[in-house]
Ligand binder design. Structure first.
Ligand code: B12
Length: 299
């Protein structure tokens, strides 16, 4: 069972899954393991090394500290000692026990209890903000769920119900006063069905008083170009989960308009991007790039 409490099924992630979850490259994870001892703390005989919740939380602290400009060696020492990093002044409180929140959410998901999932998600977002709720609870839950679905070849129904519950919660209270140039137009690549990350970005922008239009899943190339021409947004953010979908995005045509083009998602690394197109590799980077390009400060 994904993310369940008992020892048999306690959450354990592969290095690849952790890299995805945190938006860092597997090489960075290997380097931090080798240099600073920030790797998986347990080894299971005959198996690949797996990261547990505490290992992932340590890596998050490492990312938070390096993101604040702390040198890697000092950040690693802070992460290993468990010293609380300065959150940088966000108004929401940190999640006290993310593993317990993931377990609660995961149990509700396994029972397809959509009303409970939605209530849990609304509470998490309301108390801790979109970024923390996503990074500490929803994203790790989804990565574990995706691995389980692939392994067991079953569980797509849970993916659907969990996605719609999270989306419903993300959309609560996202009305932002309109005015001036539209800061962000969000769109999935043609044929791309993984629209949830853009819902997360939309809610995080709304939380910061920043307006957006979200075109959602499977946006044909011409539809995206038409929407950009109509709305003339400061930025357009295109999500692609695979290179196959990313290649269908009309990047050269988008380069001709006065809109900053940001691409995000696992589909882009490895593709050559036209000059001027910026790849963002985490939720935090996506938020700050939109705020920067639309003339707002990142905090
Ligand atoms: C929910 C889900 C679905 C839902 C999507 C619902 C929706 N409206 O979004 C449904 C059921 C529709 C679906 C369909 C499919 N899915 Co799916 N799905 C998932 C699942 C469980 C979560 C997706 C998600 O939201 N991920 C977001 C986060 C959790 O992961 P991430 O993208 O790696 O995010 C990190 C980084 O990208 C980084 N980041 C970098 N930049 C940015 C910017 C922003 C704004 C954000 C938020 C984050 C971010 O930070 C993130 C962590 O915060 C994943 C598992 C997974 N590991 O992702 C599989 C997964 C993505 N799906 C997969 C597959 C194969 C499919 C299908 C092809 C299945 C099928 N045979 O039909 C179809 C795809 C159809 C299509 N044409 O697109 C594979 C993809 C493998 C691959 N790379 O090719 C995965 C990885 C599952 C697996 N382990 O095999 N899926």
């Amino acid at each position: 069972v994904a993310d369940e409490p008992d020892a048999r099924s306690a959450p354990r992630w592969s290095a690849g899954a952790v890299a995805k979850m945190l938006g860092v490259s597997p090489t960075t994870l290997r380097t931090w393991d080798r240099r600073y001892g920030l790797g998986p703390s347990t080894r299971e005989a005959g198996k690949h090394r797996r990261y547990d919740s505490a290992d992932v939380d340590r890596l998050r602290r490492m990312l938070e500290l390096t993101g604040q400009g702390v040198a890697p060696a000092a950040a690693a020492a802070g992460a290993l000692s468990g010293a609380a990093p300065d959150s940088g002044g966000t108004r929401a409180t940190p999640i006290a026990d993310p593993a317990a929140e993931r377990r609660g959410f995961s149990r509700a998901a396994n029972r397809l209890d959509a009303p409970l999932m939605r209530r849990l998600a609304v509470a998490l977002i309301g108390e801790h903000g979109v970024v923390d709720a996503w990074e500490h609870v929803f994203a790790p839950f989804l990565v574990a769920l995706g691995e389980r679905t692939a392994e067991l070849n079953g569980g797509v129904e849970i993916e659907h119900v969990a996605t719609s519950s999270i989306v419903a919660a993300l959309r609560v209270g996202t009305d932002v006063r309109e005015g001036g140039r539209l800061p962000a137009l969000l769109a999935c690549a043609p044929e791309e069905q993984h629209s949830l990350p853009l819902e997360v970005l939309a809610a995080a922008l709304a939380e910061r008083g920043c307006t957006f239009r979200n075109l959602g899943a499977r946006v044909p190339a011409t539809a995206l170009l038409d929407a950009v021409a109509l709305l003339s947004p400061a930025t357009v953010v295109v999500w692609a989960h695979t290179a196959e979908h990313a290649r269908l995005v009309p990047l050269p045509e988008l380069g001709d308009v006065d809109t900053a083009v940001l691409v995000s998602g696992p589909g882009w690394p490895g593709l050559r991007l036209p000059a001027g197109v910026e790849r963002v590799s985490s939720l935090a980077e996506a938020i700050s790039a939109v705020l920067r390009h639309s003339g707002r400060s990142a905090r």
